[in-house]
Design a protein around this ligand. Structure first.
Ligand code: PGA
Length: 254
């Protein structure tokens, strides 16, 4: 049975002590809610990773992730953070390909393929984000865009490496806008992604892949989204900054 995950993406929010305070609330609240094959992942800014990973050790269903890592192993890249450095904090996951990285930092599929390789090589599990813009959806290009993000970003991996990934479908028009994809729209894309994985690898690999939905997911819409056959949880931005909302989203699994 594939893993069910609710991942919080704090983005560039919370100073060091605010992050620790939020995480302390969150771990206590979510630990009783996430059971069995359900996992909660908190993707914090780099400055929090080590402290959060130490706190998360006591909670079997809680893990920590970064929001980015560099494609090179190490070297003269002032201000950057390598996958190995992220891993050394105790973090297990790394978000790659978030639309904000694609949009504001010029990260394209080719670069993201390299970042994925480097992250995997260093023992991190990528949460690999894909999704179309509003313009692309209105032009009915969304299936093509998502397919090319998969083909160019992650389909170079062999089946074993691919099995380490978590995918996140995040329609760009739904991120931070308060506009959520309907559960039908999200399920349609998730089923498409799973079909593409089956065609590339096998039905078994497709069935084992966790595919998260992200984009204005909140305590009100989470249960309906998570109830869809191919939606295995969520990547949560704004609502992950409030312990009550985030916990209620985790509860939506049940
Ligand atoms: P949002 O962000 O939940 O605030 O829409 C989701 C994301 O960017 O991962």
């Amino acid at each position: 049975m594939r893993k069910k995950i609710v991942a919080g993406n704090w983005k560039m929010n919370l100073d060091y002590s605010e992050g620790l305070a939020l995480f302390s609330e969150v771990v206590n609240m979510v630990n009783d809610e996430a059971t069995g094959n359900q996992q909660v992942v908190v993707c914090s800014p780099f400055i929090h990773l080590h402290s959060l990973a130490a706190l998360a050790k006591g909670y079997s269903n809680v893990a920590i992730g970064a929001q980015n890592a560099h494609q090179a192993e190490s070297g003269a890249y002032t201000g950057e953070i390598s996958a190995k450095q992220v891993k050394s904090t105790g973090a297990e996951y790394v978000i790659l390909g978030h639309s904000e990285r694609r949009q504001y930092f010029g990260e394209n599929n080719e670069l993201l393929a390299t970042k994925t390789d480097t992250a995997l090589k260093n023992g991190l599990k990528p949460i690999f984000c894909i999704g179309e813009t509003l313009q692309e959806r209105e032009a009915e290009k969304h299936f093509n865009i998502i397919k090319s993000q998969l083909v160019e970003g992650v389909f170079h991996l062999d089946a074993d490496a691919f099995g380490t990934l978590v995918l996140a479908y995040e329609p760009v028009w739904a991120i931070g806008t308060g506009v959520t994809a309907t559960s039908d729209q999200a399920q349609e894309i998730h089923a498409f992604i799973r079909k593409e994985i089956a065609a590339k690898y096998s039905q078994a690999v497709a069935d084992a892949t966790t595919i998260l939905y992200g984009g204005s997911c909140n305590p009100k819409n989470a249960a309906e989204l998570f109830g869809c056959a191919d939606i295995d949880g969520g990547l949560i931005g704004g609502a992950s900054l409030k312990s009550r909302d985030f916990t209620d989203i985790v509860k939506a699994f049940n």
